[in-house]
Ligand binder design. Structure first.
Ligand code: PLP
Length: 284
């Protein structure tokens, strides 16, 4: 695989980042994941807006322009022959030359890394026909989940717990209400209404979430942005999650209860179709 590091395209075994990089020592960095379908980048502009917001919240200097990022994404897609897959992009505060809690003085160059993951048939994942099962776990993450940092240890632990309990993913719960999945936003459906937690510091502002809510409203569905409990979710007609890599993924079981009929429902199915169709049209 050819990867991108600080302006260079290198074979992955020749790419190097300093041991003093604050991304490595302190998880002091942010990331984005953009999906590629048929060679096109899905909702690239949305991901760039969120990247800039994450960087600005952490006062990390903006290393590249949107055009630079787009050119690098396209170059990696071409060099790695990606038809369907993902492009991962990470920006860390860089290498100040030593370890210190204080941010380094201005002038430390951020480290920019990008690589591709090939996922043939990404949009036709068999799981979309059977649905995911999820288990609930307490949300033990920090208080600024709206910033897309590389601090992913707790979501990894939650994913491992889900796997150990025979499920596909975990829904994290705080003060009795679902925040989100380990790497996706969570929704329930009641009748013609889609319910998903409102935006705040408590959840990541999903780029797929924004698109799906827009498409849902255009398709005359009602959208309610509010938190819900595991109990309410277990009694809902349907449930699903959204993310740049899973698109719209139905959820058919939560802990020990089937959701609705326990099979993939019509609303999640329709939203997945609309999302894939509409976002492909807007691919760049
Ligand atoms: N929530 C969390 C915690 C995530 O990590 C992600 C994606 O990685 C999402 C939600 C979904 O965001 P997006 O739709 O922008 O991929």
């Amino acid at each position: 695989r050819t990867v991108y590091v600080n302006g260079e395209y290198l074979p992955e075994d020749q790419a190097r980042v300093s041991v003093f990089d604050r991304g490595f020592l302190m998880a002091d960095g942010v990331y984005e994941v953009v999906s590629v379908l048929g060679g096109k980048l899905i909702d690239f502009a949305g991901h760039m807006v969120r990247l800039r917001r994450s960087l600005s919240e952490l006062a990390i200097a903006e290393p590249l322009t949107d055009d630079d990022y787009l050119a690098a994404h396209r170059e990696l897609i071409a060099r790695n022959d990606i038809t369907d897959g993902l492009v991962y992009l990470q920006v860390t505060r860089g290498n100040p030359g030593d370890r210190d809690f204080a941010y380094p003085p201005e002038g430390t160059t951020p480290t920019v890394v990008m690589f591709t993951q090939s996922k043939p048939g990404l949009a036709d994942a068999p799981a979309a026909r059977t649905g995911w099962t999820v288990v609930s776990v307490p949300d033990l993450r920090w208080g600024r989940r709206d910033i897309k940092t590389v601090q992913l240890l707790y979501p990894s632990m939650a994913k491992m717990e889900a796997k150990a309990r025979g499920a596909d993913d975990a829904w994290m719960v705080e003060e009795g209400r679902v925040t989100e999945g380990t790497s996706n936003n969570a929704y329930i459906v009641r009748g013609n209404t889609i319910i998903t937690r409102e935006l705040s510091h408590d959840i990541l502002h999903g780029i797929t979430r924004a698109a799906v809510l827009r498409f849902a409203a255009e398709a005359q569905m009602q959208v309610e942005e509010r938190a819900f409990t595991i109990d309410e979710a277990q009694q809902a007609d349907e449930a699903f999650v959204t993310s740049a890599s899973a698109f719209v993924m139905p959820v058919v079981r939560i802990d020990d209860a089937a959701v609705g009929s326990g099979t993939v429902g019509p609303v999640a199915t329709r939203l997945r179709e609309i999302y894939l169709e509409e976002s492909l049209k807007l691919g760049v």
